[in-house]
Design a binder for this molecule. Structure first.
Ligand SMILES: [Ca+2]
Length: 566
């Protein structure tokens, strides 16, 4: 058996030399195991062996068969499922078919208690031949659903009949489910072995960490042997069919040991896993994470080490979580994918790589990397960001200043009422230093730099009016007090509406500046009356240059007072 396991593991041990992986061990040993039926679980039960040469001390010979009893209540005669994973020469045994033909179908299920990567399963039989027909199955949802791993049958015909014709195809994919016929022979009658590798000959067998399909294929929380049919001696076929109890009592499953070779799932970040809490009864194993990773399967970066997005470490892409660059001002940070995409976060090598965002920056710092001073603090010249006192308070007079000041120089930032850099005069729009109140004259409309009225009046520009020059003078309109440009022929006066700019037109005239004829008149600037019948014309009545009437469809004649033919 040891030789088999060494062969089964050859592939993976080579493949994973460059990344951290915990060692393989027998996951099944001592795990919770259940059987849908067990010999002797309903009271004492007779069974006889197919093999019969050597009679043990407490076995008896009946009609030439070596026989014994199962009895779940008898310490020496019981064969519970636990005996298949106890690491000893004891065995689990199913009810013989003499109890009922339905005991051809028995399930034996091992609960691994957590998720593992499984590389092989190794079954050693007890005092029965290997099963004639069965399926090895696994669950990744703690036993809710099961998927097949491998099928076993004594003939290719039965592979097709029970498991579909694709089960006879060779392995082409990392998750191909094949049907094996080599482990369902009648010999040996006892003690046969079934080695099952879940990795060998699969396309990604020697690059395991490159294939998420193969990783998924080997994941398991539960392993089930779904036994479907015992293996018969050829001469017994008729007698088994007739359900002759002297024959059917010789057919059952007996399994001495199931080894499941597997390892903790640590994503390439740990080389050992051991019990989470040695003090408790729980046998849950957790990875001893390296590379600054955390979690039972090292599936996350540890707090404070989230500069780069976590990923699996694989031979072609070794990965270790990195601390964030918070310049000594905090140990807390979080990864933010959008910061990563925008290259906004500095890593410990001073490059904009990764998405670590520092949290709870101390020492009056703030920002993605704690590399900005909080408002009203500044970094003096020659202070480095790593220094605890890098940010020092600005020394500013709040009458003149916002309280913030410039990096390096500490120069105070002026309030908007004052002129930078020294805040020693009023800014444009303000007057009366050092109080610097807002100007009361409308500066757009005032001539010169006058800010306050003299004798109650501001000196307005020619096109502005009002005490503060806040409105347009007559003949000008908003918003920039442009000239109305009212047409001298068509307008009543040169003054237009100060909001819309519309001039007041004489009759017959139209347009904002009254430089067009109204509808019904033509030939500006004389604007003569169109000689048309308005009931037959379009709304504009006549051509504004020639005076020709413009008829509606169906109307004709020079005045549009006739119907067209039709
Ligand atoms: Ca055992």
């Amino acid at each position: 058996m040891a030789r088999y396991i060494a062969l089964l593991l050859l592939y993976t041990s080579v493949a994973c030399a460059e990344i951290l992986t915990p060692p393989y061990f027998n996951l099944a040993l001592g795990k919770k195991i259940t059987a849908s039926a067990t010999c002797g679980d309903e009271g004492s039960e007779l069974y006889c062996k197919l093999a019969g040469a050597n009679v043990d001390h407490d076995e008896t010979v009946i009609q030439g068969q070596v026989c014994d009893y199962c009895d779940a209540t008898n310490k020496t005669k019981k064969h519970p499922p636990e005996y298949a994973v106890d690491g000893m020469e004891t065995w689990w045994q199913s009810p013989p078919l003499s109890r009922g033909m339905k005991y051809n179908e028995v399930n034996l299920t091992i609960d691994l208690g957590q998720e593992f990567h499984v590389a092989y399963v190794f079954v050693r039989m007890g005092n029965s031949p290997r099963p004639g027909l069965w399926a090895l199955e696994k669950s990744t949802d703690y036993g809710k659903t099961f998927k097949p791993w491998q099928y076993f049958s004594d003939s290719p015909q039965d592979c097709v009949r029970y498991f579909g014709k694709e089960s006879l195809q060779p392995i082409t994919k990392d998750d191909s489910v094949i049907c094996s016929t080599e482990y369902s022979k009648i010999v040996p009658l006892e003690g046969g072995e079934i080695p099952i590798s879940l990795l060998n000959y699969r396309p990604s067998a020697n690059k395991y960490f490159n294939s998420s399909v193969l990783q998924e294929w080997t994941r398991a929380t539960n392993v089930r042997l779904r036994l479907l049919r015992t293996k018969n001696l050829l001469g017994h076929l008729m007698s088994v069919a007739r359900q002759d109890p002297t024959v059917t009592r010789r057919y059952f499953y007996s399994i001495k040991d199931i080894s499941i070779g597997g390892r903790c799932m640590c994503n390439g970040h740990a080389d050992t896993c051991d019990p989470a809490d040695p003090q408790s009864d729980s046998s849950i194993l957790v990875c001893r994470c390296q590379h600054n990773t955390c979690g039972p399967q090292c599936a996350a970066c540890c707090p404070g080490f989230e500069q780069k997005k976590w990923r699996i470490s694989q031979s072609w892409d070794k990965f270790a979580c990195e601390p964030c660059n918070c310049h000594n001002h905090t140990t807390e940070c979080e990864f933010d994918a959008s910061i990563d995409e925008q290259f906004l976060s500095l890593d410990i090598n001073g490059r904009y790589e990764g998405g670590g965002v520092c949290k709870n920056c101390q020492h009056n710092t703030e920002g993605i990397n704690c590399n900005k001073c909080k408002p009203t603090y500044y970094r003096p010249y020659e202070k480095r960001w790593e220094e605890l006192d890098v940010c020092q308070p600005c020394n500013c007079n709040l009458h003149y200043s916002t309280g913030n000041c410039q990096e390096e120089t500490g120069q105070c930032e002026c309030r908007r009422e004052f002129n930078p850099p020294n805040c020693d005069s009023c800014a444009y729009g303000y007057f009366d230093y050092p109080n610097c109140k807002p100007c009361t004259c409308n500066l757009n409309g005032t001539d010169g730099q006058h800010c306050t009225p003299t004798d109650g009046m501001c000196p307005c520009k020619f096109n502005y009016a009002g005490a503060s020059c806040e409105k347009c003078a007559d003949g000008y309109y908003s918003p920039e007090c442009k000239n109305c440009e009212c047409n001298s022929v068509g307008s009543v006066s040169q003054v237009c509406d100060k909001e819309s700019g519309n001039c007041t037109c004489k009759s017959k005239y139209n347009g904002r500046t009254c430089n067009q004829c109204e509808a019904g008149y033509f030939n500006y600037p004389t604007c003569k009356h169109c000689n048309c019948d308005t009931s037959g014309t379009e709304p504009i009545i006549c051509d504004d240059i020639t005076g020709q009437c413009i008829c509606k469809p169906g109307f004709g004649g020079t005045r549009c007072d006739q119907c067209l033919s039709g």
